[in-house]
Design a protein around this ligand. Structure first.
Ligand code: NAD
Length: 459
């Protein structure tokens, strides 16, 4: 898009919003239906784009991108009228007679900035919230997943209302220009460094922000866990999309007494999932680009003993599912979010040591705990802070639309999915309505002792 196009796009969306076009629930339901139709009719094109961008296995494209978004849209369309209904609340004695309610107002013209690792889900799932709540939206897909970005720019205008919903493609220059505009909400998914740029830009107009970030999501494996099953479930969550998942298990803290059994379990699971040569498996994705390939490769070097994997082929953007053993807390691989198919395993002696380790680092997006003990479960869940927790599995909590999804501290602010998506794009407007037939005088000056006494009795 020509750079002078951005202000006029935003201006035209603002006019549409002010005209009331997005307010009727019928318009919102119609747009959600059109979104579902687009994903169903164009499934093949989306799958192809995702293969080109990330070598995404078809199964993963379907489950985590297309089906995920369709389910969100169906749920939202089904519940929209209930969620949008004003909520009547009681009115206290001092304000009687009167009626009070909470209205669900759309925020206005919103900006959604997506990341590359789930380029369909991370753009369209927030858009569902924006539409359901009655907003206009500009969606800026990540330029890093270029094929998917181009496809969204081609298809969205064919299905959705262009007066209210626009795709703007681009990289830093275009995003910077978008951030110069006035928005009613900025919904950003990506890394914490860029989040600071987003938040700084938002301060200019006091624009609220939702920041969906990442971090190093730990797994804690206790000695009383089903260790082999834990290894299988961790391997699945880690190597799904070749580790390029914001909630992927980043590292494992395992009780030293079961470490060897756990590493054996990982090896067995990786062989079961991807065969003896994962490079040949159609079920193992690729690293998104050379820059990230080199970054992940560097993290493997000098970070401990390679127990499995370690092979890489830059031309194919391939990095083998890799397990690192005897990793030190200060190793390079422990210094940043890995975001690739490399799993460091660290030994701990006690559950308390694992809790302290997690609590001494920035708050993660997800925490995974493997134990049979409900006491340990309660202890770890209560004493740690993370965006979410999944006990005895990985990632699956994200697939429950009844659980709000979002980070805390360094892993972000604000949450969405299901009703939370509607809520995060909604302003809860308090409305009190008073009748004219009576006007109790005790609230007005002069504040006599009698009035003061009455107020004290009422409160
Ligand atoms: P990315 O490179 O695609 O960047 C995200 C968005 O920010 C893109 O649209 C990009 O154009 C824009 N951007 C980049 N630099 C910018 C700048 N200087 N100014 C303005 N905009 C800019 O994605 P990424 O940041 O590499 O994504 C990976 C990170 O995102 C990881 O930390 C991951 O954990 C996190 N993530 C979080 C979630 C979540 O839902 N919480 C989901 C996916 C990824």
């Amino acid at each position: 898009m020509a750079s002078n196009g951005i202000p006029s796009v935003v201006e035209s969306l603002r006019k549409s919003f002010q005209s009331g076009r997005t307010r009727p629930l019928g318009w919102r339901e119609g747009q959600l239906s059109a979104l579902i139709k687009m994903l169903k009719e164009r499934e093949g094109e989306f799958t192809q784009a995702l293969t080109k961008d990330l070598g995404k296995p078809q199964f993963e494209s379907f489950t985590a991108e297309l089906a995920f978004v369709i389910q969100e849209a169906v749920l939202s369309r089904k519940n929209l009228r209930k969620w949008a209904r004003p909520e009547k609340v009681s009115t206290p004695l001092v304000a009687q007679p009167g009626k009070s309610e909470v209205r669900k107002d759309p925020l206005g013209v919103t900006l959604v900035i997506g990341a590359w690792n789930y380029p369909v889900q991370l753009t369209l799932a927030p858009l569902i919230g924006a539409i359901a709540a009655g907003n206009c939206a500009v969606v800026k897909p990540s330029e890093v997943a270029a094929h998917t970005s181009a496809l969204l720019a081609k298809l969205v205008p064919l299905y959705l209302d262009q007066e209210c919903i626009r795709i703007v493609e681009g990289a830093i220059q275009e995003t910077t220009e978008l951030l110069d505009q006035k928005w009613d909400l900025i919904f950003y998914t990506g890394n914490g460094n860029v989040a600071k740029v987003i938040m700084a830009a938002a301060t200019k107009n006091l624009t609220p922000v939702v920041l969906e970030l990442g971090g190093k999501s730990p797994c804690i494996v206790d000695s009383d866990a089903d260790v082999t099953l834990a290894a299988r479930r961790i391997a699945w969550g880690k190597f799904y999309n070749a580790g390029q998942t914001c909630t992927a298990p980043d590292y494992v803290l395992v009780k030293d007494s079961v470490e060897a059994e756990f590493v054996d379990g990982l090896k067995g699971a990786i062989r079961e999932f991807y065969g003896d040569n994962p490079k040949k498996s159609p079920d193992f994705a690729r690293i998104v680009n050379q820059r990230h390939h080199q970054r992940v490769r560097r993290l493997i070097d000098g970070s401990g003993e390679v127990a499995l994997g370690g092979e890489a082929d830059e031309a194919d953007r391939y990095i083998a599912p890799t397990v690192l053993r005897n990793v030190k807390a200060d190793a390079p691989v422990m210094a940043e979010e890995i975001f690739g198919p490399v799993l460091p395993v660290l030994k701990v002696k006690e559950t308390d040591e694992a809790i302290e380790f997690v609590n001494s680092r920035p708050k993660p997006l997800a925490l995974y705990l493997f134990t049979r003990s409900s006491q340990t479960q309660e202890k770890v869940v209560t004493r740690t802070s993370s965006g979410g927790v999944c006990v005895n599995h990985t990632i699956l909590h994200v697939a429950n639309p009844n659980l709000p999804f979002g980070g805390v501290g360094a892993s972000g602010m604000g949450a969405y999915h299901g009703k939370a998506s509607f809520d995060v794009f909604t302003h809860k407007k308090s409305v009190m309505s008073k009748p004219n037939w009576i006007d109790p005088g005790f609230i007005y000056p002069p504040y006599t002792e009698g009035k003061f006494g009455l107020v004290k009795k009422l409160i």
